[in-house]
Design a protein around this ligand. Structure first.
Ligand code: NAP
Length: 309
């Protein structure tokens, strides 16, 4: 019987791990299928308090993990695939086995959304990606495009101008959703060219099966056109990673975990939610960290109520 299991190693999971470890609870932390969460695929984080000049996302994650390990958190590269209620505990399915725990902190985050057009899955890695930090450097001196109009799309577009000859920003409306500073910085970048009111219809490949161009539709005029790009970076938001919890934990209409009683508690006693898996409103590194802290404190109180701490 574990005392605390934490799912996820983004800001929420790692902050929960630091707090639970410092409370001598020796939490078991499962890294999931995207270790480090979204910060591990971002570049400079300029808005996490305490870093005057900013800090690289992967560095921030590595530092948080080392901090949690220093106090006794245990990390395992594994995913949770199921959840069951028990008496005074819950059980999670990990690699085909059921593991019992008194408390569970779900900080499994949210994953990139895709456009849902033909051949999308097969083209990932062949000129289609959702991570500029990971793949941008492969596309030097060639034209690329980013799809989306939020902060992620702008951040990706700006980052890609370091490598690409040209970065088209394809957005379905004619105003960006991104914060004003980010939007202005992007539109001021001479290498970025916005393509407004447009959406990709089809990915076009060369004889090697690599991205050659994208067919676009102008959503106002209905006109179709071809845009030659070597890579398409999709940055249209995220979906919460809650599939293993359906039917056990209460979710909202978009699949985000619902918290209750004004704390991080879910509908199942002993299970707490933190970070982007339950937050579609703020979605910031610092708010995820704050929730991770709160979830660890809530778990600690729950253990005390059970006489386990
Ligand atoms: P987002 O704010 O939800 O923006 C998603 C964008 O994709 C929107 O412009 C949306 O268009 C577009 N979109 C959604 N579905 C689409 C589809 N099927 N086809 C075409 N376009 C589609 O997501 P995000 O940019 O990932 O940002 C998420 C949160 O993280 C935000 O709160 C953001 O501020 C934050 N963030 C902050 C930073 C930073 O501060 N450095 C960096 C990244 C993200 P519409 O505008 O028409 O809805």
């Amino acid at each position: 019987m574990e005392k605390v299991i934490i799912l996820g190693t983004g800001c929420a999971g790692l902050t929960a791990a630091i707090y639970a470890a410092r409370a001598n609870l020796s939490p078991l932390v499962l890294e999931g299928h995207e270790p480090g969460g979204q910060l591990s695929t971002t570049t400079l984080v300029e808005n996490f308090p305490g870093f005057r000049e900013g800090i690289m996302g992967p560095q921030l994650i590595m530092d948080m993990k080392a901090q949690a390990e220093r106090f006794g958190a245990r990390f395992q590269y594994a995913d949770c695939t199921g959840l069951r209620r028990g008496e005074g505990h819950v059980s999670i399915e990990v690699e085909g086995k059921w593991v019992d725990t008194r408390t569970l902190i779900v900080a499994s985050g949210a994953s990139a959304k895709w456009l849902g057009i033909a051949r999308e899955r097969e083209l990932i890695g062949h000129g289609l990606t959702s991570c500029a930090t990971c793949d941008g450097a492969f596309y030097r001196n060639v034209p690329v495009c980013v799809v989306g109009g939020g902060d992620s799309a702008c951040e990706e577009a700006n980052f890609l101008t370091r490598f690409a000859s040209k970065v088209y920003l394809i957005h379905r409306r004619d105003t960006l959703r991104a914060s004003k500073v980010m939007a202005q910085r992007t539109l001021d970048n001479p290498k970025v060219e916005p393509i407004w009111n447009s959406a990709p219809l089809e990915y076009l490949t060369d004889t090697d099966g690599e991205m050659r161009a994208v067919k676009l539709k102008n959503l106002v005029s209905g006109a179709e056109s071809e845009l030659e790009v070597k890579c398409v970076f999709v940055a249209i938001g995220h979906t919460p990673n809650t599939a293993p919890f359906k039917g056990v934990l209460n979710l909202d209409e978009n699949g985000y975990l619902l918290q209750q009683d004004g704390i991080t508690a879910t509908n199942v006693p002993g299970v707490f939610a933190a970070g982007d898996v339950s937050d579609h409103r703020y979605r910031q590194a610092i708010t995820a960290s704050g929730q991770g802290c709160a979830a660890a404190l809530d778990a600690e109180r729950h253990l005390a109520d059970l006489g386990e701490h």
